[in-house]
Design a protein around this ligand. Structure first.
Ligand SMILES: N[C@@H](CCC(=O)N[C@@H](CS)C(=O)NCC(=O)O)C(=O)O
Length: 228
């Protein structure tokens, strides 16, 4: 299998955690996509994923799977023991719901903040985002504020249970973890008074599959290329 990704970018980081957790890293050829040069918006890439985004998983039969959740489901089910996406109907539904909340309330709001309220990944991507950059900035800042306002919701959940969907580490935790790493990189750290959320993040960072795969280790090198 091939994974089109960028080491250190938040969504690809989700899949790198999944691959490590499922012991599948050796079965993957990693293909690095140059986001700053807008490689993901070129015709050859759009044929794999019309959204022009990474990660994309290419199966050995030539099938392309995009969307981190779809890729996670595929990888998690390969061994017939879906520990990250749930085994029972109830587990599957709760994990799906909580991961989508993590995406909508943190990962996607931070992504909008990063791309619209800050220089983001630079000028090459602007034609695919918003032509009038100045009017988008205020909206981007509101999205960043929403991300920060949403963090206490997750803190409250984690005062009651060890992981986002209950007692076990799951895809929901991976999505929130990547979102919070992205938030920190973008300058929106978790407030220190959110003790349960900070403690959970520390615990998740210590999981062997997560260590050094936070989604903020290499992207700063790309940002340095932009002079950000
Ligand atoms: N919903 C997608 C989001 C993917 C995404 O936003 N990927 C980012 C990298 S972290 C990307 O490709 N950004 C480049 C762009 O927007 O052009 C998923 O779950 O995989």
């Amino acid at each position: 299998m091939k994974l089109y990704d960028r080491h250190g970018a938040p969504n690809p980081a989700r899949i790198r955690i999944v691959l490590a957790e499922k012991g599948l890293e050796d079965r993957i050829e990693f293909i690095s996509v140059d986001l700053i040069a807008a490689e993901q918006k070129q015709t050859a890439f759009l044929a794999m994923n019309p959204m022009g985004k990474i990660p994309v998983l290419e199966l050995d039969d030539g099938t392309f799977i995009s969307e981190s959740t779809a890729i996670t489901e595929y990888l998690d089910n390969l061994d017939g023991n879906p520990t990250l996406t749930g085994r029972t109907p109830r587990e599957k539904a709760v994990i799906h719901m909580m991961q989508r909340r993590a995406e909508m309330m943190v990962l996607e709001t931070v992504d909008d903040y990063f791309h619209y309220a800050t220089p983001g990944l630079g000028a090459a991507l602007r034609p695919w985002r918003m032509p009038d950059w100045s009017s988008a900035k205020e909206w981007g800042q509101r999205r960043g504020a929403q991300a920060v306002q949403n963090m206490p919701y997750f803190n409250d959940i984690l005062t009651q249970q060890p992981f986002l969907a209950g007692d076990a580490f799951s895809m929901a935790d991976i999505s929130l973890f990547a979102g919070l790493a992205f938030a920190e990189l973008a300058g929106l750290p978790i407030a220190s008074e959110l003790a349960a959320l900070n403690a959970w993040r520390g615990r998740v960072s210590d999981i062997p599959a997560v260590k050094n795969r936070s989604g903020q280790d290499i992207l700063p090198e790309d940002l340095a290329r932009l002079g950000a």
